[in-house]
Design a protein. Structure first.
Length: 519
């Protein structure tokens, strides 16, 4: 079926009132980056057993218990992406993306107040804000389609369309393509145009801010305990552009404007202990509860198809409230100091991201005894099954060292390895019977692979003042797909629709400065 697309809207849109959670969108809010004070970043974040740094408040809360004096610190710097352009092109297709490859970033501010509680014991209180996720990123990809296309995927879904997998993007294409009708005049399918090449460009920006409140202390300078309550503030924005070269000289373009806003909270508990009283060797253990997110997604999608005779377009927009509960996280860390000149740290973390709980809001209820209104929700079983098949457990290894050639100067090095979150054969399932599929406004997805981070830094103290500088290089490679693959059988009215992966990479540089004062 390769007839011309309709220049007039042929069908009434199956309108969607909003947008919902789904596996690939969830990963934006569950993944944390290495960020905080410049000392913490310079040592690769491997301080969960060494402690005495404000950034350990959100990893191992017991690290705050190692402070022997009060401290205030503030951090900020620049984040830059390399290897991307704001004017991508592929096979005669070009685009212009509004975005910056270098951005200033306010990353941390915090205070710890240390109170002696006996000869060798302290009770410490702390507050810290840090940017746990910086969304600033430009992503571009292009590839050959080999007779596949985005509108062809909608045509393949049409015979199986229902309220849970026919989304706003499909509805736009349904109105723009020629309908296929049966003998009774009812629509039985939709025509489609095959493609030869595509180009994708996206600019993401925003952040997740984490506000941490901590109570910690120690027992006889050998056992350190800490508890942190965290509030998470989500601010995500994305603008993306997708275009295809189709047969008969037609081009199609799809724009998506997307935002995710909301908040969440969690608890973290940790312990550090010295097994040998005469040795500075330390072991740290910590556990993080899920982060219970309450989110709102709003967005708009517009599809335009054009040839020499003109162009037509259709659009959708809406909003949706939902919840996402992240998995538990566990950590083990080791730390050791040699005299006053050398500190060594190692940390291992694990979180099973296949256990993310996607939840659908179903209103709420009033407690008539107290008059309080409570939101209620239920697990999205279909999407959760997809998450289990698409995501997996992630291991994070952090190594770091600090060397002081003189008392007031420190040199730091660090390394991180983060295993892949996505299964290599994972895909964004637009046919899934779930609100997360029904309210989608795009089809693209990227299976990101492992992450490697290299860090270094310097620290300098002058009396009670200190200044730390850190540099971090992060690289994550991935495979980008413009849409899920469809493999036709002998009874299908639509032939197979498969687009090969395009190799992409996110290369990020961070320069971070911390200024602080001890009192």
């Amino acid at each position: 079926m390769k007839t011309k697309y309709s220049l007039m809207a042929a069908m009434v849109l199956l309108s969607a009132s909003g947008y919902a959670q789904e596996t690939y969108q969830d990963t934006k809010v569950v993944e944390n980056e290495l960020n905080g004070t410049a000392r913490y970043v310079g040592m690769g974040g491997a301080m969960e057993a060494l402690g005495a740094d404000l950034s350990t408040i959100s990893s191992n809360p017991a690290g705050i218990g190692l402070f022997r004096s009060s401290q205030v610190a503030i951090s900020g710097g620049l984040v830059s992406q390399s290897g991307e352009t704001t004017n991508p092109s592929y096979n005669g297709i070009s685009a212009s993306i509004k975005g910056n490859t270098t951005n200033a970033s306010f990353d941390q501010v915090g205070l710890v107040y240390a109170m002696p509680n006996g000869r060798n014991s302290f009770m410490n209180f702390a507050f810290n804000y840090h940017k746990s996720r910086n969304f600033d990123q430009i992503l571009t990809a292009g590839g050959v389609l080999n007779n596949a296309s985005q509108n062809k995927l909608s045509a393949a879904k049409f015979p199986f369309a229902d309220n849970y997998n026919w989304n706003a993007l499909d509805a736009n294409y349904q109105s723009l393509m020629t309908p296929v009708t049966g003998p009774d005049g009812k629509q039985t399918g939709m025509d489609y145009l095959e493609g030869s090449a595509y180009l994708f460009g996206q600019y993401q920006k925003g952040y997740i801010g984490e506000y941490s409140f901590n109570l910690s202390g120690n027992i006889k300078n050998r056992i350190f305990l800490g508890l942190t309550f965290g509030l998470h503030d989500v601010n995500y924005r994305s603008n993306s552009y997708y275009t295809e070269n189709l047969e008969q000289g037609v081009t199609s373009e799809s724009w998506e404007d997307l935002s995710i806003n909301g908040s969440g909270f969690d608890m973290k508990a940790g312990a550090i202990f010295r097994p040998i009283e005469s040795s500075p060797f330390r072991i740290g253990l910590y556990i993080h509860t899920p982060t219970w997110y309450d989110l709102n997604m709003t967005g708009a999608n517009d599809v335009t198809m054009a040839d020499a005779q003109g162009k037509v377009d259709k659009a959708q927009q809406g909003s949706y409230d939902y919840k996402v509960y992240t998995p538990w996280k566990f950590g083990l860390s080791l730390g050791h100091t040699v005299g006053r000149n050398l500190a060594l740290g190692a940390t291992y973390e694990y979180a099973d991201y296949s256990a993310i709980d996607n939840r659908v809001n179903d209103g709420g209820y009033v407690d008539y005894w107290s008059g309080t209104y409570y939101d209620s929700s239920y697990s999205d079983g279909g999407m959760n099954d997809h998450t289990k098949a698409t995501l997996k457990g992630v291991s994070t290894l952090k190594l770091g060292l600090e060397y002081k050639p003189v008392d007031n100067l420190a040199v730091r090095l660090g390394y991180n390895y983060v295993s892949p979150m996505f299964n290599k054969d994972g895909y964004r399932d637009g046919s899934l019977s779930s609100p997360g599929s029904a309210y989608a406004t795009s089809t693209d997805y990227t299976n990101w692979q492992s992450t490697n981070r290299l860090t270094c830094g310097l620290g300098y103290n002058v009396k009670r003042f200190f200044m730390d500088l850190a540099y971090q290089y992060t690289q994550t490679n991935g495979e980008f797909y413009p849409f899920m693959s469809y493999y036709a059988d002998a009874n299908s009215a639509v032939t197979s629709n498969v687009a090969d992966a395009a190799n992409v990479s996110n290369k990020r540089h961070q320069l971070l400065l911390t200024l602080g004062y001890k009192f």
